[in-house]
Ligand binder design. Structure first.
Ligand code: SF4
Length: 165
């Protein structure tokens, strides 16, 4: 948890509350402190808690938006649904007009990534490793095909949003 900086499409530098919904993870990427085999202490926010924190910081002018990611909770889709729930509550219940950056969970369904794009200003996916052999060694639950599909779905969502104006 912390404050990070990001640039909007019009070049403004903004402060974002950077949070993990949870540092629990069922996957075991060897480069990650939050991997399942790590002995780090675990914690998990509910979507409602993240919404409250974001709104409280936003109203005090500490932040201009939220950057939310998460460890993998049950599976990729469930995790993505939880991230979307935060963004949806912020937009629809709190009428939040700040910036929302969501991390696209690798392997999440295209429909969920499209839904995330309805609420988020930015969706991003990590490239991780460029070849499957390295993923097998370092991030055994991730596949290059799924990561590439996630990136393609994010791009599709962006193009779709542009077409809709
Ligand atoms: S999936 Fe993400 S949070 Fe989980 S171990 Fe890999 S890098 Fe860490």
């Amino acid at each position: 948890m912390g404050i990070c900086h990001s640039y909007t499409p019009d070049g403004r530098c903004i402060s974002l509350l950077k949070l993990l919904l949870t540092n629990m993870c069922i996957w075991d990427c060897s480069y990650c402190i939050n991997r399942k085999s790590s002995e780090v202490k675990r914690a998990r926010f509910t979507p409602e808690e993240v919404v409250r924190l974001t709104i409280n910081f936003y109203k005090r002018n500490y932040i201009e938006g939220l950057f939310l990611s998460s460890g993998i909770i049950q599976n990729a889709d469930y995790t993505m649904e939880q991230l979307i729930r935060v963004a949806k509550l912020l937009r629809e219940e709190e009428l939040f007009g700040g910036y929302i950056h969501l991390k696209a969970v690798p392997g999440a369904s295209k429909d969920l990534l499209l839904e995330a794009g309805k609420y988020a200003d930015r969706l991003s996916a990590n490239i991780e490793m460029p070849v499957q052999e390295d993923l097998d060694k370092l991030a055994p639950e991730k596949t290059l095909v799924e990561i590439e599909n996630t990136m393609a779905d994010v791009k599709f969502g962006i193009d779709d949003a542009k077409d809709r104006g």
